[in-house]
Write a protein of this length. Structure first.
Length: 257
C-alpha cells in the first residue's frame, strides 16, 4: 500500500452529506442465514446514511434463509422505512444480488455483504469518488479472514489478473458503489463466477468503464461463520471458479463481452 493510501486509511472520513447533484443511493444487502447480525448491520447502516444521503433507500434481498433471518427482517420492516424482499427458495448469492439490483430505484447502488465486516462510516471513503468513477470498490486493507480464505482470495485475484488482463487487487470485495445504469447493463450477463462481483468488474473493465479501488478497513466476522467457504467445499469451489474464469476469458477473446 502506498504511503498516501495508508495515511488516508488512518484518517477518519468526512461523514457527508452526499453530493445531491450526483443522485440518490440504493443501499443493498443480499442476506442468507444472518439472523444474529443482520439487525445490527441494518440499524447501523441506516442510522449513518439516512439524513446524510438526500435521496436514500435501503433494500434487503433475503435468499431462502432457514434460520430466524426472515422473522428479524419482518420486524425491522415494521420499525424502519426499508424495503424487504423475501424468497422461499435458495437462489444463491448471484441470484439474490441480481434480484436486489432490479429492485433498486436510485442512480447509485451501494452493495454491501450483510455479515458486518465493513464499517458503514467507510462508505464516505467511496462516495467522494462518485464524480470521477463508475464503479468504486472497497479494497480490504488488511483482510481479516481465516488464513485459508486470504490465500484463496489472493490466488483467485492473481489468476483473474493473469488470464483476464485486469489490474485490480480485490475483485471479490463485498463493499462496492456502482452506478445503477452500469449495473443494469452488465449484471444480466454475469453467469460464470458464483460470487458475482469479480466477473462484474472484469466485464465492466473490458467495456471501458472507470473503476477505482479504495482501501478500506476490514474486520473479522463477529458472529457465525460463512455458509459458502467450508474447507470441505474448497476443491469444488476452486474448480468451478476456474472453469468460469476460462469461459469468461473466451468471451473476452471472442469479443462477446
Amino acid at each position: 500500500m502506498k504511503k498516501n493510501d495508508l495515511k488516508k486509511l488512518n484518517e477518519m472520513p468526512l461523514r457527508g452529506p452526499a453530493d445531491p447533484e450526483l443522485g440518490g443511493i440504493s443501499l443493498i444487502f443480499p442476506v442468507h442465514n444472518e439472523s444474529f447480525i443482520i439487525e445490527q448491520t441494518i440499524r447501523n447502516y441506516f442510522a449513518e446514511m439516512h439524513g446524510r444521503v438526500q435521496d436514500f433507500e435501503l433494500i434487503v434481498s433475503e435468499d431462502g434463509s432457514i434460520d430466524d433471518t426472515k422473522s428479524v427482517l419482518e420486524r425491522l420492516a415494521k420499525e424502519l422505512p426499508i424495503k424487504v424482499y423475501m424468497s422461499n427458495e435458495r437462489k444463491g448469492y448471484q441470484g439474490a444480488l441480481k434480484d436486489a439490483i432490479s429492485y433498486a430505484t436510485k442512480p447509485w447502488l451501494f452493495i454491501v455483504d450483510s455479515d458486518y465486516q465493513f464499517a458503514v462510516i467507510d462508505f464516505w471513503r467511496l462516495e467522494s469518488y462518485r464524480r470521477e468513477y463508475d464503479i468504486i470498490l472497497g479494497m480490504k486493507s488488511p483482510r481479516r479472514d481465516p488464513l485459508y480464505r486470504i490465500l484463496l482470495s489472493k490466488g483467485y485475484n492473481f489468476l483473474l489478473r493473469l488470464f483476464l488482463k485486469v489490474p485490480y487487487r480485490d475483485m471479490d470485495t463485498g463493499f462496492r458503489l456502482i452506478r445503477r445504469d452500469v449495473a443494469n447493463e452488465i449484471a444480466p450477463a454475469v453467469r460464470y463466477m458464483s460470487f458475482f462481483t469479480a466477473e462484474f468488474v472484469v466485464r465492466a473493465h473490458h467495456k471501458g468503464y472507470r473503476i477505482l479501488e479504495v482501501p478500506v478497513p476490514h474486520y473479522a466476522r463477529k458472529i457465525g461463520s460463512t455458509s459458502i467457504f467450508y474447507i470441505s467445499k474448497l476443491f469444488m469451489i476452486c474448480f468451478h471458479q476456474f472453469i468460469g474464469l476460462l469461459r469468461l476469458r473466451n468471451d473476452i477473446l471472442s469479443k462477446k463481452i
